[in-house]
Design a protein around this ligand. Sequence first.
Ligand SMILES: [Zn+2]
Length: 70
Amino acid sequence: MKEVHCAICNKNVKNDEIALNVKILGKQLGSIRCYDCLAAVMNCSTSKLTELSDYYKSSGCNLFKINYLQ
Ligand SMILES: [Zn+2]
């Protein structure tokens, strides 16, 4: 299992965080950000991003079915 780190704070990011990055910012897997740093960039709260993530996941978005950490 591979590890992906946040491009800004270097924290380990989870699969859902990666999926949300891809969903929002497109396929720039070299610059994945954790929810905290992504929230700062997008000027919204971290909880808003987790909600968004859950929403996309429950709506069956294919990007959230990919295992980015394989
Ligand atoms: Zn970060």
